[in-house]
Design a protein around this ligand. Sequence first.
Ligand code: HAM
Length: 434
Amino acid sequence: MSTLKAVRGTRDLLPPETALWNRIEAVARSVFARYNFGEIRTPIFEDTALFARGVGEETDIVSKEMYTWEDRARAQSEKTQSLTLRPENTAGVVRAYIEHKLGETGQLAKLYYIGPQFRRERPQKGRYRQFSQIGAEVIGPTHAGSESPLRDAEVLEMLATFLDELGITGWTLKINSVGSSADRPRYIETLRTALAPVVSQMCPDCQRRAETNPLRVLDCKIPEDQPIIDALPRIADSLDEASRDHFAQVCAALDASGVPYTHDHRLVRGLDYYTRTTFEFTHGGLGAQNALLGGGRYDGLSEAIGGPKAPGIGFAMGEDRLVLTLQAQEANQKAAPPQVADTYIAPLGPAQNPAALALARTLRRQGLRVELGDGTFRLKKSFEAADKTARSIVLLGEDEAQSGILTVKVFATGSQSKVPQTELADLLAGLRNT
Ligand code: HAM
């Protein structure tokens, strides 16, 4: 029988790497809490129509990357329904905002999420079919200030703070404005007109995009097409005064907070719900998939999926890519310290197993990381196992169990000593700093 493996584009995350994932999530939760965000958990699958209407039928995500299936009716009262594993979470969060009438509080809903997303993309470094996003959204009625450029700048400043606290250095922030829902069709027409005489010299993908979704031409990475794309009209020139002013205020607030950024005229992003501000943080160490995170404003998304007017702005970070970046940085600095237990308890014979478990319980409750051996092991095997997993070994024989005086060997120094059980926790904790 052939061996079963994880499906292409999916991965198992094992210790010690999972500790890094937990650290990233802990920093995110801590930073988001300081900006007064609360956590939301939405379902992993949703009605397919949510993404078709929210993200857009013409996008790559909806047209070719979704895991969609017909969910058969199980009872007469049920209907067969088209369901989709979420490819992103903004549409789901806005659906929840509408469903739970969060706008009725009159306040901004400030929500963050951490969890898996699914896209049937061609897997490569930094691109998976199941990946994890850490994202946040600020949504609310206009009178709560949801359209204010200050919200955009605050979200970007929070992201810079998060990356700094996590220790990711060397990121670049690119921002742009794709204009309001009135500006965009105007620009698309301008783009169509400008593309018409040159499109036949472009790559086949651009030729197709020029027909279906001309904005996507700006994403093209083919070197030969770049001079043509650079000469196309810029979206900034199609913005009306209100959109231009909004973008200028976002830039001014960023300048005042000292967050460095560049204005990238070609940053249009691959989801149709964006209006006005769009942004990406990239990192050179990531290779081809260099976007650490992306986001922007989506002032019409709530209405597009049947809700009230509720402008919003948010982002999602690729957690897999944060991990890759940190791993590359740590490899450049020094090897990450391996995960080691404070001690390894070696019961000297099966009769000592219960006493060893009791001692392990005491030490663990005192906050120590403890590996527990087994009384059937020979002493040599216990020492070998302890040396691989812990800073020290505690020998627990009949005498030790009765007297409460334990034999401890510290591997870093090679010293062996007798220690009263009451002093053991302090001694072991002290080894962490050696
Ligand atoms: P997105 O740009 O499609 O935006 O994805 C955001 C981030 O998720 C990307 O920058 C990347 O780091 C990560 N990502 C995307 N696809 C993959 C993949 N196949 N493998 C690994 N990582 C991936 C959104 O999803 C929007 N919902 C962001 C947003 C929130 N906009 C407003 N609010």
